[in-house]
Design a protein around this ligand. Structure first.
Ligand code: RM4
Ligand code: MN
Ligand code: MN
Length: 429
């Protein structure tokens, strides 16, 4: 089902077709000189998809305020519709990741059918034990899966089990667990006991995983707890994953590390250990800023993909990362941000595929630092836009998705159906 009129997209593409053809041929010639077949790269990138966060299509907020946009999705069906538009125009996001209870609805079968009509399926389920649900018996103010009180922990476990059940109805194959548990004061929490409680609670969730599911453990250095968090880094995440079993893996959210941490190195370590679950892509300058992927540090994103492409090339056992965006859009139209971010992730993959692996191996073996770094730079500095544009064109999407989206009038149309949500209060998402 087309959410944006396909004749509108065609009319939008038409004047750009000639330029695209010339640019594609030109890039093809440049790559051929390097021994690379452009069509082969295009096929690999076209195959790649990154999941959309259902919560990302609404306008986010900061701790200080939220400024809602026009036509914000009112519920999960509206969110899916926005995701459908993103996928139709940008052709890179075939799946959606849900967050419970934010996306709770009364008819999961209907939701699954609606998604299928938009060409969408469901990626990992996300549980939420970082905020209290209305009517809940226990509060998560002082933690959830690691709370000192057994009843609170049991409630948090039960919520995760419900997420798995919903995910099964939707065809999802993974549960992502991120907890805000931690402490704000030295001495507030017994570090080792809190971690033991985490292991005990997550083991109960792990035991309920269907055979073909994975459990993604997401670490985060701080926030909302600002002195310590229970799963603060990939080390704790790795310890927990190995204690739980082979279906537990470590998820890397790019915004969840201290500034300047070498994330691509963490990716390499987790790959080597067979424990890389996948990613939450976003960008940041200071903390969990949830800025658009590659908007601040595109080279870092490329370097992450360089590790992934190298691992796939070297057939690292168990290589199967899940790719997802996890961003908060405070000053942009979320649809525009998510289309741009998806393309940015695709771009990083395309660039990483251009790295001359044999030459890089040789340079590394010979300790030729300059040549090695030049090989990466050469790939990163290649403008792969024509490849991405061709993929969109062939997928029925827009050569320039943001321009086509603006021309479609979609936002104004849904603004008439969806009343403006009151703003004013703070909130990270
Ligand atoms: C957290 C983390 C989780 C996401 C929530 C909304 O910082 O990134 O993945 O589910 O935010
Ligand atoms: Mn995340
Ligand atoms: Mn985050």
């Amino acid at each position: 089902m087309s959410l944006i009129d396909s004749s509108l997209i065609a009319a939008h593409n038409e004047p750009q077709l000639r330029t695209l053809e010339t640019d594609y041929d030109c890039l093809g010639a440049v790559l051929a000189r390097r021994g690379i077949d452009i069509d082969g790269i295009r096929a690999q990138v076209a195959h790649f998809g990154v999941a959309l966060p259902s919560w990302g299509v609404g306008t986010g907020g900061t701790r200080f305020a939220r400024f809602p946009g026009l036509g914000e999705p009112r519920h999960v069906f509206d969110k899916l519709q926005d995701c459908g538009v993103i996928h139709q125009l940008a052709c890179a996001t075939p799946t959606v990741s849900l967050h419970i209870p934010w996306d709770r609805c009364s008819d999961w079968a209907a939701l699954r059918e609606t998604a299928a009509r938009y060409g969408l399926a469901f990626d990992a389920m996300n549980s939420n034990t970082f905020s209290d649900q209305r009517g809940a018996a226990h509060s998560y103010k002082f933690g959830s899966l690691t709370h000192t009180d057994a009843g609170t922990r049991a409630q948090a476990v039960a919520h995760n089990l419900e997420c798995i059940e919903i995910g099964q109805a939707l065809g999802s194959k993974a549960l992502t667990v991120w907890v805000g548990d931690g402490s704000n004061f030295p001495g507030q929490q017994h570090f080792r006991r809190a971690f033991d409680r985490y292991l005990d609670s997550t083991a109960r969730i792990y035991a309920a995983l269907p055979g073909d599911w994975r459990m993604f453990l997401e670490h985060k250095i701080c926030e909302p707890a600002f002195y310590s968090t229970v799963i603060q880094d990939w080390g704790s995440s790795y310890l927990a994953a190995t204690a739980l079993g082979p279906k537990a893996q470590c998820l890397v959210d790019l915004g969840h590390h201290a500034p300047n941490v070498n994330i691509e190195l963490i990716v390499a370590r987790l790959l080597a250990a067979g424990r890389l679950a996948g990613f939450h892509f976003n960008d940041s300058k200071y903390g969990d800023d949830d800025l658009d992927a590659g908007s601040v540090s595109p080279y870092r994103l490329f370097l992450v993909f360089n590790e992934l492409v190298a691992a796939a090339h070297e057939r690292v056992p168990g290589f199967d990362p899940a790719y997802m965006l996890d961003q908060s859009h405070n000053v942009t139209d979320p649809i525009e941000s998510l289309m741009t971010s998806a393309a940015q992730v695709q771009r990083s993959l395309a660039q990483a595929l251009l790295v001359d692996r044999a030459a890089l191996d040789a340079a590394q073996q010979a300790n030729d630092a300059i040549l090695a770094s030049q090989l990466l730079k050469q790939a990163f500095q290649t403008d792969v836009n024509p490849i991405l544009q061709r993929i969109r064109l062939e997928g029925g999407g827009a050569i320039d998705p943001v321009a086509a989206y603006r021309a479609s009038g979609y936002r104004a149309r849904v603004a008439r159906e969806r009343p403006t949500v009151a703003g004013g209060s703070g909130g990270i998402v």
